[in-house]
Design a protein around this ligand. Structure first.
Ligand code: SIN
Length: 464
């Protein structure tokens, strides 16, 4: 059907819903409304904006199970992860409801007693965002909450695979009293939204989470009108397991990180580098743990790993595994598949590959799937060189109980996020973002509101 979008459950291929696809004219009208709503929203006092964002958070908390179930239906992730994501998203609302009240200016000593210098902060203007299917509500909340707190208005293009939970999440903002034109969603397929957002004279900032290639296009297209950009792009996270690491901790943490959301996260381990002296034990333990993960429909009890989002995602994963095996990798867990191309569901059994080498595609391209490739190293400096030999710089993890090794690794790794004996790095109160081609700007924490603010400085004379 033209102008309708069909949303399917990736675990069964069943149709969940059909929703209206916005036309170009409707999207332009939404941007115009966002522009018109900006001045009144920006001029409301910070305590008022804060209270509305807090009320939104309370509404979401009261509807956590409903949103989580919708998310599992459209995204496939296990229900326990969907519930966790709703909490994760709500944490951004709570955090930025507070930060709204802490947008401080300053005074600077002038170079003359006759002058005063005052610096103040203002919202950048209407924001247009594009959010991904892998975290349908958390990635949106991480942009919307600081935008609204700063006094910006917000239009988001939700991911075409998973718009339903995001739509419900935003409907709750209206129920909480946030004016309709202050936060809006649009649904389009393909590149339409990106093109309209970047060329719109009404939009002052683009915020995007998604692939590096799309991010580059959005940055290029934003240049004509010199828009602000926040880009949270791809990753290829290394995990370094040093000689002295606690192997049980390293295995537990690596499995939790690698197989979260079926490995469809931009911060999940994509290269596991293990010191040769402990490799056998690490491989044996991780293979046992991975074989114990239960794959299936995320709505069912006890499921750890859901389906792959779609056929293109599945094909990419399978091609990377086949390439590695063709080039000599061994499979110590997984490499089994349950698919129905016609209905449209794709499950990949969590897989461990060993004997991995640098000529394999999986060591360079983001997998976005439940595959853990393991390579050994003999010197820490070699591991660091391999870890940094990538255009990406989002998250990196290492395991060591030696503070000198840990500090050395921290300083040497070119990554925006570092986990030391810890892979649970995602939190509303910490600055999330990447170096190099993994992005521009940070989301979360105090840093996450900065990209939504302009700095205005005023010099006042005549005090003599
Ligand atoms: C992502 O995969 O894009 C974000 C993951 C996270 O916030 O933990």
């Amino acid at each position: 059907m033209a102008n309708m979008l069909t949303i399917k459950n990736p675990a069964t291929g069943d149709v969940i819903n059909r929703i209206h696809l916005h036309s170009e004219a409707e999207i332009e009208a939404a941007l115009k409304r966002s522009h018109d709503a900006f001045a009144p929203w920006a001029s409301r006092d910070a305590h008022d904006r804060s209270a509305l964002i807090r009320a939104w958070a309370d509404k979401v908390k009261a509807h956590q199970d409903e949103i989580a179930e919708l998310m599992t239906r459209e995204n496939g992730k296990p229900l326990k992860e969907s519930r966790g994501e709703v909490t994760y998203a709500t944490n951004y609302l709570d955090w930025y409801a507070e930060e709204a009240k802490r947008i401080y200016g300053k005074t600077i000593p002038a170079n003359s007693p006759a002058k005063r210098i005052i610096v103040s902060r203002q919202p950048v203007g209407p924001v247009a965002a594009i959010t991904p299917w892998n975290f349908p509500v958390a990635m949106m909340a991480r942009k919307a909450a600081p935008a609204l707190a700063a006094g910006c208005t917000f239009v988001v293009k939700l991911a075409s695979d998973t718009p339903l939970s995001g739509m419900r999440f935003i409907d709750l903002a209206y129920e909480a009293g946030i004016p309709r034109d202050v936060i809006q969603y649009v649904n389009t397929s393909g590149k339409v939204a990106g093109e309209l957002f970047t060329k719109s004279p009404y939009v002052r900032k683009i915020s995007f989470t998604g692939s590096t290639s799309v991010g580059k296009t959005l940055i290029q297209n934003s240049a004509d009108t010199v828009k602000h950009v926040t880009m949270e792009l791809g990753g290829h996270a290394p995990v370094i397991v040093a000689e002295d690491a606690d192997i049980d901790v390293a295995v537990e943490q690596t499995v939790a990180n690698k197989f979260r959301n079926a490995g469809q996260t931009c911060v999940c381990a994509n290269r596991i580098l293990v010191h040769e002296s402990i490799a056998d034990e690490f491989i044996e333990k991780i293979s046992v743990a991975v074989k114990g993960l239960k794959v299936g429909n995320g709505l069912e009890d006890g499921i750890d790993v859901g389906p792959i989002i779609n056929e293109a995602g599945y094909d990419k994963i399978k091609a990377q595994v086949d390439d590695a095996v063709d080039k000599g990798a061994d499979v110590t867990a997984g490499d089994q598949y349950t698919i129905d191309r016609k209905k449209g569901y794709f499950f990949v059994q969590p897989t461990v590959l060993t004997g991995v080498t640098l000529d394999m595609t999986i060591m360079h391209e983001e997998t976005f799937g439940p595959v853990a490739p393991i390579m050994t190293f003999s010197s820490l400096d070699d591991a660091i060189e391999i870890a940094n030999d990538t255009p990406f710089g989002l998250a990196a993890y290492f395991f060591t109980n030696d503070y000198r090794t840990g500090t050395y690794l921290h300083d040497a790794l070119d990554y925006g996020i570092i986990g030391w004996n810890d892979t649970g790095i995602s939190a509303a109160h910490a600055p999330f973002g990447g170096m190099k081609e993994s992005g521009i700007g940070r989301e979360g924490a105090q840093e996450g509101i900065e990209p939504y603010l302009e700095t205005k400085y005023m010099s006042i004379g005549g005090f003599d």
